[in-house]
Design a protein around this ligand. Sequence first.
Ligand code: SF4
Ligand code: SF4
Length: 139
Amino acid sequence: MAAGEDAAADVVAGRACGSCSLCCILPDIDELEKPANVVCRHCVPGGGCQSYATRPQTCRDFLCLWRTEPLLGAHWDPAVSHMMVYVQGPQTTVLVDPAQPALWQHEPYVGELRRWAVEARRKGGYLIVYVGDDVTVVE
Ligand code: SF4
Ligand code: SF4
């Protein structure tokens, strides 16, 4: 979908949104009155935004952590992990595709999430995993 493709300066070379549309599906987006886990009405099947030129600021500003953080390995590609990760202030958020609700609880994911949670707490933050209505604060 490449929501924030033109807004982000610090993208990791060689990574692209491709056919991923998770950030047009999993989060709620106030400007679009889009609930969580509902496909945005502007989303093009197979990747893309049919309202790309007029998409809201939230979309323009957003890239998931896999696009901007080289420390996230290839297995964190949302097309592979079925999760999207982002950081806002003290909160690291992991939104899980409800179609793959348990993947985050398996390695290599859960071990890394626990390490990230420890690191976040060390800095005064926290890490939360959302799977539909299920919310887990990772310890
Ligand atoms: S979740 Fe990440 S990789 Fe997927 S479309 Fe959004 S920004 Fe691109
Ligand atoms: S408006 Fe476009 S970029 Fe924003 S969520 Fe919808 S499809 Fe994605």
